[in-house]
Design a protein around this ligand. Structure first.
Ligand SMILES: NC(=O)c1ccc[n+]([C@@H]2O[C@H](COP(=O)([O-])OP(=O)(O)OC[C@H]3O[C@@H](n4cnc5c(N)ncnc54)[C@H](OP(=O)(O)O)[C@@H]3O)[C@@H](O)[C@H]2O)c1
Length: 406
């Protein structure tokens, strides 16, 4: 999983690029980095269309470069930066994302969804140290992404709390690439989201706000809905398969409602090593920023007596069909995970806009997976084409659901 060697003990500050700086992971990264001004300088920050939020971040963190990749009022944004006396160079358009990566030592890949694939892949191809939050990049393009990262000597450090936990529990200290021959299983924990115990009939009527009210984590809206359907865990199984180069049959999901154990690794002798901590994304972010050392994250420390009890259960695939769909896409291989991901993004967006119900998310994805045959996923073009075709099919299906409901 690790390729090359991270720079350690450098007297100079490492230059940090944050792709998706206005998001939940992006802001947590800025919070951790700001606690260590001697170790990190903010090189670049990016957002899609949140111009005002990005400008506010520029005023506080003074990056060299800022990028607004979506369609925005470029002139107004530039004027505001100038008025405030901020020297940050503002670039616009998605092609400018590569300029945000250039000149950085460390890249936090925290754009949400398929939009993160191209810039995250270019950071890996440039041999950067990539802090990988954008799981969709690995879901869509796992083998291609890992191959390119290896070729370029990029260092990949997982930010998803589960994968970061697995990384911490693996015998990574022994070699640059962890030896998994003594690992029996990787156990990814899942809180089960806000609807774990809700009556199945009531799920039809849940609102986007209810779906986004995660019991333990504060996250962006897309990943919050993914957590409520457990598609998030399905995407994480696919992410783990490529990140750790482990067969799907050795990756299991266990429901753990408290989100205190972030994941576990079981060894062939029966030992199980877990990583624990309060649910706070600053912990995995600080781990990756300091790796292979440690640094303060700002997270509160775990009070085990207060936690008192930890619970576990097997996932209920009837309640969470999306988890099964993700395993099926992984088994099908090729572009199937990209098709799953694209259909999911369209279905989640449609749910957030109240165009379809919560329980229609899974069926929309299943429909798309049944309609579009998976092909080879050896080039970025093949993967983006599958993404494109799956999106169109999912949009049609959403319209069909709307017409049926009208
Ligand atoms: N949140 C968590 O705790 C958490 C935990 C584990 C993994 N992750 C993963 O981390 C990634 C980010 O999640 P998040 O919750 O931080 O998301 P978020 O809060 O929705 O933030 C997303 C960021 O990506 C930018 N963005 C959105 N669409 C874009 C596009 N088309 N092109 C370029 N930039 C775009 C947004 O900019 P605008 O503000 O301009 O829209 C924002 O900066 C996801 O892949 C997620 O699965 C998140």
């Amino acid at each position: 999983m690790m390729h090359g060697h991270p720079r350690t003990g450098a007297a100079t500050k490492r230059k940090l690029a944050i792709l998706g700086a206005t998001g939940s992971v992006g802001r947590n990264t800025l919070d951790v980095a700001a606690r260590h001004p001697d170790a990190y300088a903010i090189h670049s920050l990016t957002a899609n269309t949140s111009a005002d939020e990005l400008i506010e971040l520029c005023l506080v963190h003074q990056p060299v470069v800022a990028v607004l990749s979506g369609s925005v009022d470029e002139g107004a944004a530039r004027r505001r930066l100038k008025e405030e006396g901020c020297l940050t160079e503002l670039l616009c358009g998605s092609a400018a994302l590569s300029s945000a990566v250039e000149g950085a030592d460390v890249v936090m890949a925290a754009i949400v969804g398929a939009a993160g694939l191209a810039p995250t892949l270019s950071a890996a191809r440039a041999g950067k140290q990539v802090l990988l939050a954008n799981k969709e990049a690995l879901v869509m393009a796992g083998p291609l992404f890992m191959g390119e990262a290896r070729k370029a000597g990029a260092v990949l450090l997982p930010i998803d709390s589960e994968h970061n936990a697995v990384f911490q529990c693996l015998p990574a200290g022994r070699s640059a690439r962890a030896d998994l021959s003594e690992v029996r299983r990787i156990l990814l924990t899942a809180s089960g989201g806000p609807f774990r115990t809700m009556r199945l009939e009531a799920l039809e009527k849940v609102t986007p706000d209810e779906a986004c009210a995660h019991p333990n984590w504060v996250m962006g809206r897309k990943i919050s809905v993914d957590s409520a359907t457990m598609m998030n865990k399905g995407l994480e199984v696919i992410e783990a398969r490529w990140l750790f180069d482990v067969e799907p049959s050795r990756i299991e999901v266990v429901i753990h409602p408290e989100s205190i154990i972030h994941s576990l690794v079981e060894y062939i002798d029966g030992s199980v090593i877990a990583q624990l901590g309060n649910p706070d994304m600053r912990v995995p972010i600080a781990h990756a920023l300091a790796y292979p050392r440690r640094m303060a994250s700002g997270a509160s420390f775990l009070d085990l007596a207060k936690v008192a009890q930890l619970n576990f259960a097997a996932p209920d695939l009837a309640r969470f069909p999306c988890l099964g769909l993700a395993y099926a896409a992984l088994a099908a291989g090729g572009t199937a995970p990209a098709i799953l991901n694209a259909a999911n993004e369209v279905a989640v967006e449609a749910f957030l806009r109240k165009r379809i119900g919560f329980t229609e998310i899974g069926p929309v994805i299943e429909h798309v997976m049944g309609r579009i045959a998976a092909g080879e996923a050896t080039t970025l073009e093949e993967i983006l084409e599958a993404d494109h075709v799956a999106r169109a099919c999912a949009m049609d299906r959403v319209e069909h659901c709307e017409e049926r409901a009208a």
